[in-house]
Design a protein around this ligand. Structure first.
Ligand code: AMP
Length: 420
């Protein structure tokens, strides 16, 4: 083992080739579904102004209080690594005049995000998300559409063991009444709450609802429920969403204590959770107040984001998807100076014809080269030695049968095309 002085930052991962196969699989499914649903691709910068998230996500949330990677640039800008994708998308909507387009505007993204969380299974400090956002319309049917798209992605990936949990957190008005009533209830039971929730009681009482501490859970189970506090408009919106899910025969669990760690949500919120681990695979909801917060403009919108690593872990663990090895593999081996140069040239000709070839041009020993060909399970080896290079004839060896034949250099591409 090398005496390496550096390790990757805690909670972050190196993505090697075998990991990319899985990421690519998720990307392909997500992008195909995005296309079928007429979403347009968007990629926002990894860095944004700190204030975008402070205002958008909310000052008293865990993300803003504890989890953002922020720094001052030499030019004095206050930037941070994006912890989520929705606030940047809303910024883009206003900054790039998307409000002038026919509404709604449908956008999707796929990229890395950063949160300084305590690393544990399924929770990383750099993780990849895909996301879907529908901006500019308030109709309840769009909430159902976003849920449907999220489920479609999991179905296409053949992931089955999940539960859809849904709740409404109303608008700022009815949520305000609810908060008061919840705080009243919790204050009376403050002694029984965990230390964290005692602080949350002052700063962000709704987060107490999804505390994992057993004693807090016990107290919360008897707490007032938000659904009883929704105004007529919010109630009607939510019931129409539930009604649509029933119409579409989508099973769901109504969870009156479901809350999300982000302040911009209004009305419908949902999480699709892995039944085994309880981790959210895809989550989202409506965020009608974010436009007002960021640009002082009304912008009804709804969206969802999925965790790529969490999905990839299921694909790996359950062996739902196993990357296929590409066969048959072709290896070009060489001997001598001229053989080496010709090998490079022949490889290039094959690659120009979109044929994937393996080689080890830096190795002079034929034995070492053939060992490598064996290791990658090459089906054919094209051998170019000093004599072959002079005669412009290569030896083609079928590694399975051991049969060999000679082929003229100018016929190699045609011959290999026939074989694969
Ligand atoms: P959120 O932006 O918090 O709504 O998260 C959207 C999705 O991203 C979640 O449903 C998770 O699948 C995934 N996710 C969120 N935080 C992390 C994390 N720290 N590590 C891995 N995946 C995450």
């Amino acid at each position: 083992m090398a005496d390496l002085k550096f390790q990757r930052p805690k909670g972050m991962h190196d993505l090697l080739d075998q990991d990319w196969e899985y990421f690519q699989k998720v990307f392909n499914v997500v992008s195909a579904i995005a296309k079928l649903n007429n979403f347009e691709r968007i990629e926002t910068p990894i860095l944004e102004k700190r204030e975008l998230f402070e205002r958008g996500i909310g000052e008293n949330t865990d993300i803003v209080e504890k989890e953002m990677y922020c720094f001052k640039t030499k030019g004095g800008d206050d930037l941070c690594l994006r912890p989520e994708g929705t606030a940047p998308v809303v910024r883009v909507y206003f900054e790039n005049g998307l409000s002038e387009l026919p509404q709604p505007v449908k956008l999707w993204y796929f990229g890395p995000f950063f949160r300084h969380e305590t690393p544990q299974a399924g929770r990383y400090r750099q993780f990849w998300q895909f996301g879907f956002e529908i901006l500019g319309e308030k109709d309840y049917i769009l909430d159902a559409q976003v849920i449907l798209i999220s489920l479609e992605i999991l179905k296409e990936l053949k992931i089955e063991n999940f539960v859809l949990k849904i709740n409404s957190i109303g608008n700022s008005c009815c949520r305000g009444y609810y908060k008061k009533s919840l705080v009243y209830y919790l204050k009376k039971r403050k002694k029984g709450l965990c230390q964290n929730c005692k602080t949350r009681l002052e700063r962000n009482p709704l987060r107490i609802l999804d505390c994992k501490d057993e004693k807090c859970k016990q107290i919360v189970s008897q707490a007032p429920q938000i659904l009883d506090y929704l105004c007529e408009e919010c109630k009607s919106h939510f019931f129409k969403v539930l009604d649509t899910l029933e119409f579409l025969e989508i099973p769901f669990e109504l969870d009156p204590f479901l809350v999300r760690g982000i302040d911009y949500y209004t009305n419908t919120i949902f999480e699709i959770q892995d039944k085994e681990t309880g981790l959210a695979l895809i989550s989202g909801g409506r965020y009608d107040s974010l436009g007002k917060i960021l640009a002082n403009k009304d912008l009804p919108a709804v969206g969802a984001a999925g965790g790529v690593e969490r999905i990839v872990e299921i694909l790996k663990e359950k062996r739902i998807f196993v990357p296929k090895e590409k066969f048959p593999k072709i290896f070009v081996a060489q001997i001598g100076e001229l053989g080496k140069k010709w090998a490079l040239k022949i490889c290039q000709q094959l690659r120009e014809n979109k044929i994937e070839v393996f080689e080890s041009l830096g190795k002079d020993s034929l034995k070492a080269q053939l060992k490598l060909a064996d290791k990658i399970k090459a089906k054919y080896v094209i051998l170019i030695g000093q004599k072959e290079a002079l005669e412009k004839i290569a030896i083609l060896r079928d590694m399975e049968t051991g049969k060999q034949k000679e082929i003229k250099f100018e016929k190699i591409v045609k011959e290999i095309k026939k074989l694969i």
